[in-house]
Design a protein around this ligand. Sequence first.
Ligand code: SF4
Ligand code: SF4
Length: 496
Amino acid sequence: MQRTEQNPKCDTSNKFKKQIDISELKFPDEKSPILTHAGDSFRDRTNTISESGNRNWIYPRKPQGKIYNLRTYVSWILLAIFFVIPFIKINGEPLFLFNILENKFILFSIVFWPQDTFIFAIFLLALAIFGVLFTAIFGRIWCGWACPQTIFMEMVFRKIEYLIEGNATSQRHLAKMPWNFTKIWKKTLKLSIFFALSFVVSNLLLSYIIGIDELGKIISEPISKHTGGFISVLAFSGLFFWIFSWFREQACTFVCPYGRLQSVLLDSNTIVVAYDHKRGEPRGKYKKKRDEDLGDCVDCDKCVQVCPTGIDIKNGTQLECINCAACIDACDAVMEQVGYEKGLIRWTSENNIENGDKFKITGRIVAYSVLLTVLVASVITLLLLRNPIDVSILRAKGQVGTVMENGNMMNVFTMKLINKTSEQQNVTFKTPKYNGKFTYIGMEKGVIEPNSIITGTFLLEIPKSELTLGTNRVEIQIVNESGEILNTVKTNFTSK
Ligand code: SF4
Ligand code: SF4
């Protein structure tokens, strides 16, 4: 057989001799209409958009198979992690917090204050480079297996839809049927559960933004006390309800910037979900194979029917593919039925399909790895070198120096101290080059709670004899109980 020469690993000639009768093959849902994949239309528009510009609703068949089962278990673990993380605290700080409203970010319980924005920016850059490196090697596996949008859509909302409305064919029939009792109760039940779940997802998201304690207050205290928070919960619930009940796969295709960057992130060495066209083509219905010299693809379109983004992987890697591997399971089941080797669609690289090449560590991967190492090292170094106390001291606006009865010159200052550590700090100020005397206003005994800010005012007196006439640069040290200098700042002190 010519076909087996294309892929020596797959000698299916004996299987043809078995003369399997196509009527024996069980393809469930055989009569369900297949999505339109006419010609080269996939090059011009996504499958969710019709030629006239309307939405093509995707009714993917429920995937079945080992990979789908594995994905289900992974999603359970990830869902548990998503819900548990907001409750985890280390030294009183949440594990993660992304409070964009107050510009406070916490990663692994390390608080990033507005003054640390550059460290946070380098961290985000490192994260982006990690994403690029990971994608260059493993493709878009994040999207299909770990992205919260996919996990909630495919592993929670979609499963509920299958439970209530049945598999793809039943869903299609239900959508087409007039509004009768069955349709009304099924749709009402489904959408009610969807809204309740969207409300839960909305609360989950808010727990990452404002923290679980604040969220707890919004939930437990009267609405009048947290009108803004309550409106946010409802607004997010509405947004998620819209996404999971209507917008769906379009979030990955049209909105997600990561998805749109795939064309520049992937290369022919990247491991992706791919159709082995060398083995599969020319494709043809199974019956014809007895008479014609065809590839292993029996043109059943099972791979298309299970695709949650409605694409045909046989057309090659496409923007919409989230690497969920549902098509691998579907095709493997077909291969098993027709007695061919599995893996016509599999995780592989274009280079492997074309030339049988194994995965290579390319110059691009090395460059990204080096850059990532440098960025991670920079973030760790900057965090380690970060002053435990951040200080801002300014001479009070419009104030001139005051001569005290004891002959000292006095200036008034405002201060802002940030304790970036997870321990309480007891601090005092010192002027190493002057006999300065500090009187604090608004700082009780110099105590600053962990990861907190205090603001206040202090008076600094310096003997006039130690000053030059006019403006003097004065160094102020912030010292803890054991005499350790936590930070040093310079400020202007006027003797006029
Ligand atoms: S082509 Fe396959 S891997 Fe890609 S989204 Fe569709 S089913 Fe998932
Ligand atoms: S499921 Fe496999 S055999 Fe069927 S059309 Fe897709 S690639 Fe071909």
